[in-house]
Design a protein around this ligand. Sequence first.
Ligand code: EPZ
Length: 435
Amino acid sequence: MKYYRIEGAHPLTGSIKVSGAKNFLSKCIVASLLTEEPCVISNVSRIGDVQVTLDMCASIGSSIEWMNDSTIKISTPRMTTHKVPIEFSGINRIPVLLMGPLLHRMGKAEVPLLGGCDIGPRPIDFHINALKTLGAEVELTDTKYKTVATHMVGAMISLPFPSVGTTETILLTACMAKGTTVIQNAAIEPEIIDLIIILQKMGAIIAVDVDRTIIIEGVDRLRGFTHKALTDRIEVASWACAAIATNGDIFVEGAEQTGMMTFLNTLRKIGGEYEVFEDGIRFYSTGEPLVPIFLETDVHPGFMTDWQQPFVILMTQAHGLSVIHETVYENRFGYTNELTKMGAVIQLYKQCLGGKPCRFLHRDFFHSCVINGKTHLKGIEMTIPDLRAGFSYIIAALIAEGTSVVKGVEYIERGYESIAEKAAGLGARFDVIDS
Ligand code: EPZ
């Protein structure tokens, strides 16, 4: 079994390079299935989620070549089957995104059930309804989704919630449907915009209009693309929180201010500091006490739900009460149990502790959190429950007095590249034990 042993209470200082964004790379790879031509993607992270997505594509006929350590060429001149093997069931969110490309090239698709972090029920009803509206018949069996479509026709689709995955499903399907598709209440995260940029490079006609409206004019065929993946703004936020929480100073090469604006504002409000350079962002502690905050997560351009976990760790080190209202996922504070064992004082509430409209009002989900700091954390043995909480446990271990043992590191390696090496390079006492 592989685990991390971390000795805490050492400031992290130095420079690291952020990797390509996990939540963009898998979609970029899927977009390459829409053409017979080769596609070249650079800034590719060597992480589990990318590898699983490449394996899924290979299983239906793609050939993949690593041109160097972080650049791939993927070509799918012909698809060998419309059935994505069942062994890809329950791993990540990607299988549903394959349906659009498979329907366009094969007229049918069979994809396994989805997996992904246990942070709520994570249904895909919006995706299925959108595919049906675009002309597909969809059947759910106990192990897979089976879809058929003789041809896909553009439609008006209004999303009940600005779902990232559903917006991606529609973009990957409507780009070659007959006629125009309008998505209302679409997700507009930077990763979505970069997917639109790729589709535009391939020959698609897609406009991002006001009020979360995306207009897609279907085209007959798409061609290959070359694209450098944007960097992972979730990884950047985690290193930023680690820098401030350990009274350190970290330059994150590749960090981009544009996608981080709300995070940067929030960091400055609690007393962290940063300096933006052309090639990255430096995050550093001022040595002043951290200030508690009232915070609500939201869809872009709000405070990202994936930034919440490292931020909660940081707020255990602020002097006073912080309140966080999670409005994107029902059950994304489960990880805080382990933090209270380390000495954090955290209370979860079912109530909406905030003013934003929230789908979980009166729904009995513990989706609000109050943190009382500053608390002295002690190292413990902990097991990672999901990807983003996993990095947060690492940050907690880096702050805590004494040694922590962090198990379940396969979650980390699914979504972050070379965490141990990067942390050790910043002065962390960080051992990887493979017993
Ligand atoms: C993507 O998940 C990301 N994952 C998530 O990151 C991220 O937190 C999330 O977007 C929000 O930004 C990937 O890109 C692989 P959603 P996704 O559809 O697409 C509900 C990580 O750790 N919903 O925007 O699954 C859903 O339950 C992960 O990298 C429906 O009800 O998120 C949730 O409450 C965690 N029905 C909300 O919408 C649907 O059909 C947002 O989900 C679809 C979604």
